[in-house]
Design a protein around this ligand. Structure first.
Ligand SMILES: Cc1ncc(Cn2c(C)c(CCOP(=O)(O)OP(=O)(O)O)sc2=O)c(N)n1
Ligand SMILES: Nc1ncnc2c1ncn2[C@@H]1O[C@H](COP(=O)(O)OP(=O)(O)O)[C@@H](O)[C@H]1O
Ligand SMILES: [Mg+2]
Length: 567
């Protein structure tokens, strides 16, 4: 604890806490240790909720998802060097996905680092963070703390949101400053994410392109979900009747059972749409880069996007609308008074036909009865429970568990599906669940592949320590990745599949006072999930899945290297 001898003086650590409070920070996610333990302790004394994790990557993921849900940067606090590096994966993932967060890490004094004189946990953290962060700053003087935090807040939330690194040296935290002088430096950041209004020409161009389209499609991305322009997007789609396709985390912007939702006809609409309006969605690998057999070769693109550099990233965009989605949607809705858009009924009918075929195919998969369960007949149960708890937050990761859950489970409200995102990263599960529970104060359901769960599984102790309303379903197919020996997951025993599938993840939560369930049938699964959600208590359900079902990497096995050499 830093002891300031004179009432007229304060120190860097106290000024940092005052600056955080001034900017409305009410929660810090972190793992404490030298040199930031007292910073966390003082923040807690000053009324900021500190959530202590078991690993900095999960603390960072919790901060990132709280930023995505609130549009205010989540704060992750770590120690120097190894703690900083552990948080960096979450910082990088936040930057890739456009989640606003700030990682504040303690660090060694500049003089020692710059001469590489060998300090405790010496590392040039700010320079190491730069390639992975949207911005990286270091604060060296107490009078610069407020400005340093302001820059971090503005960088994290303006334009395309992202992860920002803020380096605070041991020297800074212990530095002394006159209390009155320090008070004068404090301020609340004014409008950190200002509106960015697109040009009226771009709006007219976009509307004219849509109006001349025979087969228009709107593609909703997580940027649309993040923008919280829910009503404007709904109004535009209602007024134009254009079918829409939600990307994973945009599911629920309009209910997945909305008549214009084309998710069940995804391949058909991408292969046939002649004009696609991207709203907060990149034409990246998740959309085959807008090229190849999955797309109409003559498709024309409209793109609503805040980052001008994203335009033309993969395909020429005929009608770029550069601005924030809320401002863009407002102008597009207003523009409908002058430019009418009428969707060809045959386009809608053909989509409906394709939806019916695919919904029947999916029903056949869901309606099998097997013991042990497979991914689909287990997800049939999850679907029934989510359909009766429509506003539940759903965290999801894995391979088959991720891809099949995305296709089977309908979402009915915006920003409720929280998953591996653009990188397809494993290990976000428990951090996202904790961040969503703390931010929303609502029950969370996490549907986890067993290998994916293992990346952040120790955080079930954090979940139990804070008594969070999180129900975790582990789809246990005996899979550390694929699970059995020849598929790299089964250890040395050449026949471990049965061994792996008998793993009991539910026993873990029992050790920390949570509620365990071990289920093998649909009835047991439904009872356990329903009770877990409604108990509002930490619950872990070990759901046995047949190790022989599913595929090695879910639906993305084709991304593996194409080799001519068959070993
Ligand atoms: C950080 C990290 N490490 C490794 C991977 C590779 N990986 C790994 C390790 C997966 C786990 C699949 O096993 P699971 O049990 O979670 O999934 P199933 O649903 O298929 O059983 S999915 C996948 O792409 C990854 N995406 N992210
Ligand atoms: N408020 C906003 N206004 C406009 N564009 C936004 C806004 N927030 C995020 N974006 C953009 O949305 C896009 C989201 O794309 P992506 O992460 O690929 O979504 P998805 O994976 O769901 O398709 C990013 O290019 C980002 O710059
Ligand atoms: Mg598995």
């Amino acid at each position: 604890m830093s002891s300031v001898q004179n009432d007229n003086l304060t120190d860097g650590m106290h000024v940092m806490v005052e600056a955080l409070k001034k900017n409305g920070v009410d929660t810090i996610y972190g793992v404490v240790g030298i040199p930031i333990t007292d910073l966390a302790r003082h923040a807690q004394e000053e009324g900021i909720r500190y959530i202590g994790f078991r690993h900095e990557q999960s603390a960072g993921n919790a901060a990132a998802i709280s930023g995505y849900l609130t549009k205010k940067p989540g704060i992750c606090l770590t120690v120097s060097a190894p703690g900083f590096l552990n948080g960096l994966t979450a910082l990088a993932n936040a930057t890739v996905n456009g989640f606003p967060m700030i990682q504040i890490s303690g660090s060694s004094d500049r003089a020692i680092i710059d001469l590489q004189q060998g300090d405790y946990e010496e590392l040039d953290q700010m320079n190491i963070a730069k390639p992975f962060a949207k911005a990286a700053y270091r604060i060296n003087k107490p009078e610069d703390i407020a400005i340093g935090l302001a820059r971090a807040i503005r960088a994290a939330t303006s334009g395309r949101p992202g992860g920002v690194y803020l380096d605070v040296t041991t020297e800074l935290l212990g530095s002394v400053i006159d209390k009155v002088e320090a008070e004068k430096t404090l301020f609340k950041v004014e409008n950190p994410a200002p509106k960015s209004i697109p040009s009226s020409d771009s709006i007219i161009k976009a509307l004219n392109l849509l109006s001349s389209a025979k087969k228009p499609l709107v593609l909703l991305g997580k940027g649309a979900a993040y923008s919280q322009a829910d009503e404007l997007i709904k109004k535009f789609l209602d007024e134009t009747g254009i079918p829409f396709l939600p990307m994973s985390m945009a599911k629920g912007l309009l209910p997945d059972n909305h008549p214009q939702c084309a998710a069940a006809a995804r391949s058909f609409v991408l292969e046939n749409a002649d004009t696609v309006m991207l709203i907060g969605a990149r034409l990246n690998w998740l959309l085959g880069h807008g090229k190849g057999k999955h797309w109409n070769p003559d498709v024309r693109f409209i793109q609503l996007e805040i980052d001008p550099k994203e335009i033309d990233s993969n395909r020429p965009i005929e009608a770029p609308v550069v601005g924030d989605i809320e401002s863009s949607m407002e102008l597009l809705v207003n523009g409908l008074e002058k430019i009418s858009i009428k969707v060809d009924s045959s386009w809608i009918e053909n989509i409906e036909k394709d939806k019916e075929i695919n919904i029947d195919k999916m029903a056949a998969k869901l309606n099998t009865i097997t013991v042990p369960l497979n991914y689909y007949n287990a997800l049939k149960i999850v679907k029934e429970v989510v359909d009766s708890h429509k506003d539940i937050y759903l965290v999801n990761e894995g391979a088959n568990t991720l891809d099949d859950t995305r296709n089977v489970i309908n979402m009915y409200y915006p920003r409720r599906r929280l998953d591996c995102g653009t990188w397809g990263v494993m290990g976000v599960g428990m951090g996202f669940a904790i961040g969503a529970a703390i931010t929303s104060n609502k029950p969370i359901l996490a549907i986890e592949g067993d290998s994916a769960f293992g990346f952040s599984g120790m955080e079930i102790e954090t979940i139990c320590r804070y008594k969070l309303p999180i129900t975790i379903v582990v789809f246990n197919n005996g899979g550390i990745y694929r699970g059995d020996h020849e598929n790299l997951g089964g250890g040395t025993d050449p026949s471990p599949t049965t061994l792996m599938a008998t793993a009991r993840y539910d026993k873990l939560i029992e050790a920390f006072g949570g509620t365990p369930y071990n289920v093998e049938t649909q009835e047991e699964l439904k009872d356990a999930i329903t009770k877990g959600i409604e108990s509002l208590k930490p619950t872990l359900i070990n759901c046995k899945i047949d190790p022989k079902t599913g595929t090695e990497s879910g639906h993305i096995t084709s991304l593996n290297p194409k080799t001519a050499i068959k070993n």
